[in-house]
Design a protein around this ligand. Structure first.
Ligand SMILES: Cc1ncc(COP(=O)(O)O)c(C=O)c1O
Length: 375
């Protein structure tokens, strides 16, 4: 038994290196990484421009806290708001998805004076107290009764339930535009329209948790570009191509209601993460990665709904493969073929969340492995 606390079920092999869309185990075996290190590796493993930007920044300034203004932090914030929808003009940097959501929920409480939240059945928003509280998991909540916030969980995508929800005492409604962990479940544009309208009418702030859907993964910058711009957007995972980073995006009006000291984080906006974020956004643009994410989805739709895969959910490089009867054997088969994919809380859905730099050989390998699946 090693010193590391074993809180995860891990692969039966040790990974020692990554390059582009592949990772390599100790024996030198290569795997195409359609799991993307859990939806993180936006620009692939060790993209030279990202690595170079991190190394350059490390030589210049490894770290200084938010007590000082640092050019790379200001540049990263500007680059991120330039990439985001126009109404999202301000950034608070932190270190993870849970922290981004925790801060968004705190901001909602500060700005509304209300203390209740609405979230959706099947949601996952992280493991800090408020973020866990708005995650729909009786198992995660079991030990913490009394410590968690008051949350109502509505059925995701259900127009009637949303129309009838009581929102007048609600500080924030938080939603994943695609519920990734639940099996990449989506909702209709009409439902999102109603969601915006109901929140606005009730004075409840709307938070899009774009920890998985953000940063171009859907083939557009954010789900907010497609489903309407909410009061706040939270980001992590792909944000800095693998360097830990979280962010909360909001508009001038909401930001104006906050005071110095309301939010804080020692490592938030650390120079290495900021350098990686800027480089990642440059790579997104120069390598046309959002188009490549859309092309990947088209290819999966056109050629990979075969054999055990009967349906597709999601968008761009966040896809759910529907495998009626159970997806676990297909996941194991793909792993044997040198392809890593993600499972989900839906036993009949596998997730594809690869780097947007995915190569033709990687797609060929996935297509061939699906075609060769022994049913
Ligand atoms: C949608 C969503 N929100 C929040 C989180 C939490 O992010 P982190 O693990 O960085 O705290 C996750 C993690 O999987 C997620 O998928």
């Amino acid at each position: 038994m090693g010193a590391l606390l074993e809180t995860y079920a891990s692969y039966p092999f040790e990974l020692v290196r990554g390059e582009g869309d592949q990772v390599f185990d100790r024996e030198g075996r290569a795997y195409y990484d359609f799991y993307g290190g859990h939806c993180v590796c936006l620009t692939g493993h060790g993209h030279p421009r990202v690595v170079e930007a991190i190394a350059r920044q490390a030589g210049r300034f490894l770290f200084y806290s938010n007590a000082a203004r640092i050019p790379v932090r200001e540049q990263a914030a500007q680059a991120l708001v330039d990439f985001a929808p126009d109404a999202l003009t301000r950034v608070f940097f932190c270190n993870s998805g849970a922290e981004a959501n925790e801060n968004a929920l705190k901001v909602a409480v500060l700005l509304t004076g209300r203390r209740r939240f609405v979230a959706f059945q099947g949601s996952f928003h992280g493991r800090t107290t408020l973020a866990m509280g708005v995650s729909d998991s009786a198992k995660m909540h079991a030990a913490y009764a009394g410590l968690l916030p008051q949350v109502e969980f509505l059925p995701f995508g259900d127009i009637d339930a949303l129309a009838g929800a009581q929102l007048s005492e609600v500080a924030a409604v938080i939603v994943e535009p695609f519920q990734s962990m639940a099996g990449v479940r989506g909702a209709s544009p009409a439902w999102f329209e109603l969601l915006h309208a109901r929140c606005q009418a009730a004075g409840a702030l709307l938070i899009f948790d774009e920890v998985q859907t953000g940063m171009g993964r859907l083939g557009v910058p954010f789900a907010a570009n497609r489903f309407g711009v909410p009061d706040m957007v939270t980001l992590a995972k792909s944000l800095a191509s693998g360097v830990p980073m979280g962010a909360l995006l909001l508009g001038d009006t909401r930001a104006g209601g906050l005071s110095q000291g309301d939010l804080g984080s020692t490592f938030g906006g650390a120079p290495l993460a900021c350098a990686a974020l800027i480089a990642g956004l440059e790579v997104l643009a120069s390598e046309n990665l959002m188009q490549r994410a859309r092309d990947f989805e088209q290819r999966v739709r056109a050629r990979m709904l075969q054999g055990p895969v009967r349906g597709l959910r999601g968008s761009g490089c966040l896809l759910g493969l529907e495998v009626p009867g159970g997806a676990a054997p297909l996941k194991a088969w793909l792993q044997q073929q040198g392809i890593l994919v993600g499972s989900s809380n839906d036993p009949e859905v596998l997730r594809l969340m690869p780097p947007l730099t995915l190569s033709e050989p990687a797609m060929d390998a996935l297509e061939a492995a699906l075609a060769a699946y022994p049913e």
